[in-house]
Design a protein around this ligand. Structure first.
Ligand code: URP
Ligand code: ZN
Ligand code: ZN
Length: 465
């Protein structure tokens, strides 16, 4: 049989282990794993590692962020950046704009994405309204239509929901078999600390971190887990930043609860001191939860290595720095309260984990594949179509050069932001070719194809892995 494309010579990381074989691709699917395969196109990948295309299940693209504030990425630049960073699927959030229903929001996001994506996409919902129509009609209908995960917030004015509301939302998740993702920070505690900081004149970007200390996250993590226990649903705690919140998750699992957890590059590489950089530069690092002290890094690493974390995502939430519609928003220099929260990172997530994890000997290739692709596919209803190099799956494959060393440079990145928090960060091991359903979409850090990304409908979460 002659395949459309054959990848030869790579070390291939499959769902079950690592092997040396050819990958035969036809019709956008992996159809053969073997030797001496024939293909109309042959990609010589000698010396490279073939990993499942990255799935970044936590990104924000074109999300409404308040009056006059604009995200730095639309679907063109966001998915271009994702593909150049080794990803083949991203899961952004659908946040209803003022007055919009969940269904209207999803339709608007689908329209914005349609025809513009270099990766496949699927949307998580954000649930901030809990009226009878939302919970009784819209949310169930959307889950049944393949939007099988949604996020609730315990912080941010306008987004935060009460414990009762979280329970009501969880009840729908239980009935409809969907995954609830929780942003766990205690809004009342933050507001108390923020008011005090402002009274004391502590208004610079650094005080974004001091007003969101570890107990704010630890308490909310514990509470979210307890609410899920009461509602009887599995739960995913997103963007966990520190050891104490991780301990809450581990303890819940020891009690037999089904709790999944996600962490991000910022919590193993950045610190609160970055928010204290000269002048207004600290604003570049303002995100929630904030980066902690470097003492927390080994605790997060233990969680990554030992399985407390199932997911390693970017929480890409890009704003421009030198821009009044971004970090330099009106009032942002007067108080950290007005600095848009979030940092860009969809393009650097995989290289940072590959370099710091695999190359430095903390992670196996298989564990890297699990927490950057396979587990995302399972948890969010995309497996076995996505997330693994195996026969029958979409041919979503990233070829890595494990010996290529160069620093992260804003000038080399493809996102819409005007900075990267990791400027100058040394990386060994870069993705050199990203293949989406058999088509090379990015090569050597640059886009090389038309926007062939499609929208993915999803199944129910697989919570048994
Ligand atoms: O600061 C962050 N993480 N912004 C993105 C929104 C969120 O909470 O995930
Ligand atoms: Zn969040
Ligand atoms: Zn986020």
């Amino acid at each position: 049989m002659t395949h459309d494309t054959v990848i030869t010579g790579a070390r291939v990381v499959t769902a079950s282990g690592t092997t040396q074989c050819d990958i035969g691709i036809t019709g956008g699917k992996i159809v053969t794993l073997g030797t001496d395969l024939k293909g109309a196109e042959v990609i010589d990948a000698a010396g490279l590692v073939a990993l499942p295309g990255g799935i970044d299940s936590h990104v924000h693209i074109s999300q409404p962020s308040g009056p006059g504030i604009e995200m730095a990425d639309d679907f063109t630049s966001g998915t271009r950046s994702a593909a150049c960073g080794g990803n083949t699927t991203v899961l952004p959030f659908s946040l209803p704009d003022e007055g919009q229903t969940l269904r209207e929001a999803v339709a608007a996001y689908r329209a914005k994405a349609e025809g513009n994506c270099l990766t496949d996409v699927s949307f998580h919902l954000i649930v901030k309204q809990t009226d009878p129509v939302t919970l009784g009609q819209d949310l169930p209908a959307l889950i049944q239509a393949g939007y099988t995960s949604f996020k609730v917030f315990m912080t941010y004015a306008g987004l935060a929901v009460s414990d009762r509301q979280i329970l009501d939302v969880m009840a729908v998740a239980k009935e409809q078999n969907a995954m609830v993702m929780v942003h766990a920070e205690n809004e009342d505690a933050i507001e108390f600390l923020r008011d005090k900081a402002e009274r004391d004149g502590e208004t610079g970007p650094y005080h974004h971190a001091t007003t969101r200390p570890v107990p704010v996250e630890r308490e909310a993590t514990h509470r979210a887990i307890s609410l899920a226990e009461i509602a009887g649903v599995p739960l995913t705690i997103v963007h966990v930043s520190n050891g104490e919140a991780t301990e809450e998750i581990v303890r819940a699992r020891q009690r037999g609860l089904t709790v999944f957890a996600e962490t991000c590059p910022q919590y193993i590489t950045l610190t609160a001191q970055d928010l204290d950089r000269d002048g207004f530069d600290g604003a570049k690092y303002v995100c929630s939860p904030p980066p902690r002290t470097s003492d927390e890094w080994p605790k997060i690493w233990s969680g990554i290595e030992q399985g407390a974390f199932d997911l390693f995502s970017s929480d890409h939430c890009p704003f421009r720095f030198n821009d009044p519609s971004g970090k330099d928003a009106p009032g942002a220099r007067q108080s950290f309260r007005n600095i848009p929260n979030g940092i860009p990172g969809v393009e650097t997530r995989l290289p940072i984990l590959f370099s710091e994890g695999v190359v430095k000997g903390r992670l196996s290739f298989e564990r890297f594949a699990a927490i950057t692709a396979t587990n995302h596919a399972k948890l969010y209803g995309l497996f076995p179509r996505k997330g693994a190099i195996m026969v029958g799956a979409d041919a979503d494959i990233t070829l890595w050069d494990p010996g290529l060393s160069k620093p992260i440079r804003q000038a080399d990145l493809n996102h819409g932001s005007d900075y990267t928090p990791w400027e100058g960060f040394e990386i060994t091991g870069w993705p050199v070719r990203t293949i989406l359903r058999g088509v090379t979409v990015a090569k050597d850090g640059a886009p090389v194809s038309a926007p062939i990304g499609t929208h993915l409908e999803r199944e129910a979460p697989d919570v048994l892995f």
